[in-house]
Design a protein around this ligand. Structure first.
Ligand code: SF4
Ligand code: SF4
Length: 136
């Protein structure tokens, strides 16, 4: 991978929220998001979370990509899940030039803005590994 990656999230864009795939949740993600919308973690979980034996993820509404994606963007932005907050610095993207380039096809923030040193990108990627050990 390169010594640095260029990225800056673009105002008004929500392209990463509308891709296929799930938003996985750590327990801390659930607590943060629940507190942000003034719900208990248990009530949030009943309404928005699908849990299997070792993973939890946001339920996907029938007619939308995410319960929290509104016209103005993510309605829980300050408390959004680790997966959303750290994108596109996910381990599988940071460590693969090919996957990084593929992601650039839908993320207009890639190749814009400041250069992010690869070690900074890897530190962010590490947050993903720690938040979702069942995925890595
Ligand atoms: S697709 Fe890229 S630029 Fe668009 S909101 Fe997501 S991270 Fe930001
Ligand atoms: S939680 Fe927010 S940032 Fe994450 S997919 Fe849903 S709308 Fe997008």
């Amino acid at each position: 991978m390169a010594e640095a990656l260029r990225f800056e999230c673009q105002p008004g864009c929500t392209a990463c929220c509308t891709q296929r795939g799930f938003v996985y949740l750590s327990d801390a993600d659930i607590q943060r998001a629940a507190a942000f919308i003034s719900m208990s973690a248990a009530a949030f979980e009943r309404k928005f979370v699908y849990r299997t034996r070792n993973r939890a993820r946001l339920r996907v509404p029938r007619d939308a990509n995410c319960h929290f994606l509104l016209a103005g963007g993510c309605s829980i932005h300050p408390a959004k899940p680790t997966q959303c907050r750290t994108f596109p610095f996910w381990p599988e993207l940071v460590e693969s030039r090919r996957e990084w380039r593929k992601t650039a096809r839908y993320c207009p923030g890639i190749d814009k803005g400041p250069l992010i040193h690869i070690e900074t990108a890897r530190t962010i990627a590490q947050e993903m590994r720690e938040a979702y050990p069942a995925l890595y």
